[in-house]
Design a protein around this ligand. Structure first.
Ligand SMILES: *Cc1c(COP(=O)(O)O)cnc(C)c1O
Length: 400
């Protein structure tokens, strides 16, 4: 799953190029940097690898979502429809631009249920934000059709699905904009980092300015830049971009290993008829960072989780239903809502609607789901052993 597992000489070499000159910033210092433009180079590689017209690196995946939303004109009072199962960063970014997160149910794709999205559309809806969770994708045809019908923006949070695709197009390049995270546990890492991808030049130019204090980057030096609009500082450093440059060149290798280990593990789990698998709208496009599987009921699933824990093999198996970071049930801080500073009333009113039991349809999916992270380091024997141990635990619970 995470690129940090295969850290090596390639990453050290790229970082050392930057350390040799000491120019840690991505802009300016042209003479001193001796031809090193790691951030620029990584943006070009991202465009090539994923088939996006434009790529804007930033300091995190969260910053990428914020930057994309600002560039798309999403702001105060606008509603963004997003799933109740995602990483907390997705709603943090919506809140950061003053917009209102409208959470809706997921289905067995573990991403947005298109019918739930339709039902949530209001006159204030501005954007639909699918989150391609755990390496695989939302039903993009259905979501694109809804966006078209209602004149809505489509922003893909593809932070967890680097290298996955849908009907031949890479996730993150299908909507009006899409984002990756390069934080430490993502498919490829910069240590910390993120990117906005878009095929729209105007959106790209806005991202470019927004992440660097509104600079237009047209001046001969930074001091001569104009500021056509207000921005922030979400810049990536050359050191982080250097790590990403080595990592993106290994992406094909990472994906190949993930797919191999995923297929092997699936072939073992499949031997239990009670185990079913996540619905994947385009199976060929799954990046296979996780294998997500279902048991017949929430009770059985919780018992299996306990059994895996008792055997000391729960690590790497995620039961999101009870997990503090990824599912609405445990987002007490959002539901209360607990903020450090005053929030717009429309946001507070919306968040208070999210009681623990507000999403029974999602509960029915997430309560039965376990996601097993696929490691890049497993040997064939280890996959076999892991699979067999899980199967033994499941059979024991089913028999009792
Ligand atoms: C990791 C992640 C993010 C945010 O990324 P950071 O780089 O950690 O800020 C956003 N959305 C999802 C779904 C993620 O998994």
């Amino acid at each position: 799953m995470p690129g940090f597992e295969l850290w090596g000489a390639e990453e050290r070499k790229e970082v050392n190029d930057v350390l040799e000159t000491g120019i840690l910033m991505r802009y300016g210092f042209d003479a001193q940097r001796q031809g090193n433009w790691k951030a620029k180079e990584l943006e070009a590689e991202i465009c090539n690898t994923f088939g996006a017209k434009h790529a804007q690196l930033v300091s995190s995946g969260t910053a990428a979502l914020t930057t994309a939303m600002a560039a798309l004109g999403i702001g105060a009072g606008d509603e963004v429809i997003m799933p109740a199962f995602t990483f907390v960063a997705s709603f943090e970014a919506v809140l950061s631009v003053g917009a209102i997160p409208v959470l809706v149910d997921v289905d067995e794709t573990l991403t947005l249920n298109p019918a739930a999205v339709k039902a949530a559309i209001s006159p204030n809806t501005k954007c639909i934000m699918p989150v391609h969770m755990c390496g695989s994708m939302a039903d993009m045809d259905a979501l694109q059709a809804i966006c078209k019908e209602h004149g809505l923006l489509l922003l893909e949070d593809a932070c967890q699905s680097i290298g996955a695709s849908y009907k031949g197009k890479k996730l993150g390049t299908i909507g009006d904009a899409g984002t990756f995270s390069f934080d430490f546990v993502k498919t490829i890492t910069c240590g910390e980092g993120g990117v906005v991808m878009t095929n729209n030049e105007d959106t790209y130019i806005k991202c470019d300015g927004y992440q660097d204090h509104g600079h237009d980057h047209l001046g001969v030096d930074r001091g001569a830049d104009l500021h056509p609009f207000v921005g922030y500082n979400f810049r990536i450093s050359e050191l982080h971009a250097a790590v990403g440059l080595a990592q993106i060149r290994k992406l094909d290798q990472f994906l190949e290993i993930q797919k191999k280990n995923h297929a092997h593990l699936k072939s073992i789990l499949e031997q239990v008829p009670e185990i079913t698998f996540r619905v994947v709208p385009d199976p060929a496009g799954d990046s296979c960072t996780f294998i997500s599987w279902f048991l017949p009921s929430a009770e059985i699933t919780q018992a299996v989780v306990e059994e895996l824990k008792a055997q000391g093999i729960l690590g790497g198996n995620f039961y999101w239903y009870n997990n503090n970071w990824h599912y609405i049930r445990k987002w007490d801080h959002l539901r209360n809502p607990d903020f450090l500073n005053k929030q717009p009333e429309a946001i507070v009113a919306q968040l208070k609607k999210y009681t623990v039991d507000a999403f029974p349809a999602s509960d029915a999916v997430m309560g039965r789901c376990i996601s097993t992270a696929i490691s890049l380091l497993w040997t064939e024997e280890q996959v076999q052993e892991k699979g067999e141990k899980i199967v033994t635990a499941v059979k024991k619970v089913l028999a009792s």
